[in-house]
Every structure is written in structure tokens, then in C-alpha cells.
Design a protein around this ligand. Structure first.
Ligand code: FMN
Length: 361
């Protein structure tokens, strides 16, 4: 049993009584209007009630054109705010803390949005989105509007009582697309060098910090790698990006990657550890390690390598009361098959290996 896992830790001004975090996980509970249903409240109550000190919400879309799927919950109108507030209140009632994850899908739109102009916005134009549409390159006017949307969502989250905000810069969505050379083909001051690819993210973080004040926790979720040949250079850029986060007053970085589904299918564990160690050597702010942490030994290795917090997603789908199992010295039973990830659209969330359909439909 890990000793450090059950010791208190801090992310900026946020005090947590142990080191386990439920990483952002899209639930199958979003309604067509972007609000959540009661099942989202029940699930979060269960996770927080079991003793997980911090839950990061599912990615919420900050503007209607930033919605990735039709079951995603939003955070850009009054109905969305009130809906997420109910989830937040349920977590607070259980003495848990909750961080709002804010996102714009950019190119990665997986459904056909019901918008006057459904063209996906992305750092570069003429790229094929998953829904088959071609992207339009983001203009500087779009950037002004999007920066305002990110800040407005973060400020609203603070007003509602969220314990912090997480800016989603990972997993192929808009801000990750700016940093990842596979997506960003721009030739202006927002493309090319690492400094240029970071320019838009930098602007958003400066505006967020100014609007939220010095004390309010800001976390970034970041890809430690990218696909293909660009990955070697990306590994160096990663250090620059993370140092920038630290300089800009980010309180913690959650270290993820583009290929967590594929890594899981290969039954790999702790797959972003090598890059995470390089980040650890470069920055002093807290690091949250995510991706394939399953066993007591995995937790020990990550904490022993200087990671401050462990976050997990699929293990909580399999066992919402995971923390009790870990405290009893057990490993997570999740095998990272990721069938939970594809199944939700048809049947709702459940652990395919362990739950019968009727138990969690
Ligand atoms: C069903 C499902 C939904 C997810 N939704 C999100 C999300 O909304 N935002 C996000 O940053 N990551 C999301 N992820 C990724 C997880 O937060 C995590 O980074 C990834 O699953 C690796 O952690 P794990 O090995 O503990 O599952 C999701 C993962 C799963 C399985």
C-alpha cells in the first residue's frame, strides 16, 4: 500500500487530503441541449462520497461551435451553468472538490452540429474533421472571440463555486492542435516554432489569470507526445511548453498523451512516464500523472518518480469506489480494454469486463 497516496497535497491554494484524482471523463449523460441528466449527479456523488478528494468534470464546450459530440455537456449558457452547478453541489455535499474542464473541440468534431455554419474551426484549414467536414483556418477575430469564451467559462465556473479550472490542452482538441505540428500548419506568428505554436495558449492563460485572480487554481491538461515523426521534436517542445505554463502561473500540469486508447489496448501501464520524468526535471509546480495507472506498484512508481498526484479515468468506470479498493491494498480491476469508451453511445457507461448490461445501463 502506497504511503504517499494517502497523504495530503496541494495544488496552488487547493488543499486535498490525498493524492488520487478522478481525471476528466465524458459521461454518457449529456442531453441534446448540452445539459446533464440526473445520472451524472448520482455518479459524481458516488465517486466523491467514496473519498476521492478531487474530481475533474468531463470536458465542457465553451462555445456551440466547440462541441465535440452530441452527448457532451456544455458550459456556455445559463441552462448549462445551472445543470453543472447541481453536479458540483452534489460533490461538495460529499466534501469532495471539483474542477471544471473547459474545452473547444477545434477540428475534432465527431457529430454533425445543428449550427447555421457547422464548419469546424482549426489552426489550419482544409483538414478533414472526424465528421467528414473540412476545417476553416481560425482568424485573429476568431481568436479574440474564443479567448473571451475560454475566460468567460472559467470566470462563470469560479462564480458558481468550482474549486478550480482545467484548461484542456490535450487529446487532439483545439489548444492541443495549436501546439501539435501534425495539426498546426500555419505560416503566420501562430505556426512554426514552439513559441509561435504556444502564442494563442499563452494569451488565453494570461487573460484567465487576470480575470480569475492570483489565488484561483488553474490546471492544464497536456499531451506529452504527438503522432509520427514529429514526436522527437515535440518531446523538446514539451519542456518549453511546460516551463511556460509554470511562468504563466499555472498551478499544476496533468500529463497525458495522444495515444492513451492504443496504449491501453496493448496492456501498457504508466505509459507517459518517460516524458513525465523529463517534465519533472524541468518544472517545480505539481504534476498530475495520468494514463494506465492500475496497480499499487504503478502508483508507487509514479509517486516515486516525483509525480505529486495520480489521476485515473477508466478504473473509476469499472469501480466508482476504487479508492476503497486501493486503501485495502488491491489493484484496480480495469484492464484498459477501452470498451467502456465505445460502448456509451449505445448502452451507457459500464465496465464491459465486469458489469452486466442491466446493472449499469
Ligand atoms: C469514457 C472516457 C471519457 C473521457 N473523457 C475525457 C474528457 O472529457 N476529458 C479529458 O481530458 N479526458 C477524457 N478522457 C481521458 C481520461 O481522462 C484519461 O486521460 C485517460 O483515460 C487515461 O487514463 P486511464 O488510463 O486511467 O483511463 C476520457 C476517458 C474515457 C475512458
Amino acid at each position: 500500500m502506497s504511503s504517499k497516496l494517502f497523504t495530503p497535497g496541494k495544488i496552488g491554494t487547493l488543499s486535498l487530503n490525498n493524492r488520487l484524482i478522478r481525471s476528466a471523463t465524458q459521461d454518457p449523460f449529456g442531453q441534446p441541449d448540452g445539459t446533464a441528466n440526473e445520472a451524472q449527479i448520482t455518479l459524481h456523488k458516488e465517486i466523491a462520497g467514496s473519498g476521492v478528494p478531487l474530481i475533474i468534470t468531463a470536458y465542457t464546450y465553451i462555445s456551440p461551435d466547440g462541441r465535440a459530440t452530441d452527448i457532451q455537456v456544455g458550459f456556455c449558457n445559463e441552462e448549462h451553468y445551472q445543470s453543472q452547478k447541481k453536479v458540483l453541489d452534489a460533490v461538495h455535499e460529499q466534501c469532495g472538490k471539483m474542477i471544471l474542464q473547459i474545452n473547444h473541440a477545434g477540428q475534432n468534431v465527431y457529430f454533425m452540429p445543428n449550427l447555421e455554419d457547422p464548419t469546424p474551426l482549426a489552426p489550419s484549414g482544409n483538414m478533414k474533421a472526424p465528421n467528414g467536414l473540412m476545417t476553416r483556418e481560425i482568424t485573429k477575430e476568431d481568436m479574440d472571440r474564443l479567448c473571451n469564451d475560454y475566460v468567460a467559462a472559467a470566470v462563470k465556473g469560479k462564480e458558481l463555486g468550482f474549486d478550480g479550472v482545467q484548461l484542456h490542452c490535450a487529446h487532439g482538441y483545439l489548444l492541443n492542435q495549436f501546439m501539435d505540428p501534425n495539426y498546426n500548419k500555419r505560416e503566420d506568428e501562430f505556426g512554426g516554432s514552439a513559441e509561435n505554436r504556444f502564442r494563442f495558449i499563452r494569451r488565453i492563460l494570461i487573460a484567465m489569470r487576470e480575470a480569475l485572480g492570483k489565488e484561483y487554481p488553474i490546471i492544464v491538461k497536456m499531451n506529452t507526445n504527438c503522432a509520427g515523426e514529429a514526436d522527437d521534436a515535440y518531446g523538446e517542445d514539451l519542456i518549453y511548453f511546460c516551463k511556460q505554463f509554470e511562468e504563466l502561473g499555472v498551478d499544476a500540469i496533468e500529463l497525458s498523451g495522444f495515444d492513451w486508447i492504443a496504449q491501453g489496448k496493448q496492456k501498457n501501464h504508466n505509459y507517459y512516464m518517460q516524458r513525465a520524468k523529463a517534465v519533472r526535471a524541468a518544472v517545480n509546480i505539481p504534476l498530475i500523472f495520468v494514463g494506465g495507472v492500475r496497480t499499487q506498484a504503478d502508483i508507487e512508481t509514479a509517486l516515486g518518480a516525483g509525480m505529486d498526484f495520480i489521476s485515473m479515468s477508466r478504473p473509476f468506470i469499472s469501480q466508482p469506489d476504487l479508492i476503497k479498493h486501493l486503501a485495502a491494498g488491491e489493484d484496480s480491476r480495469c484492464q484498459s480494454c477501452s470498451k467502456c469508451f465505445v460502448l456509451w453511445e449505445r448502452e451507457g457507461r459500464r465496465c464491459v469486463l465486469h458489469d452486466k448490461p442491466e446493472e449499469k445501463a
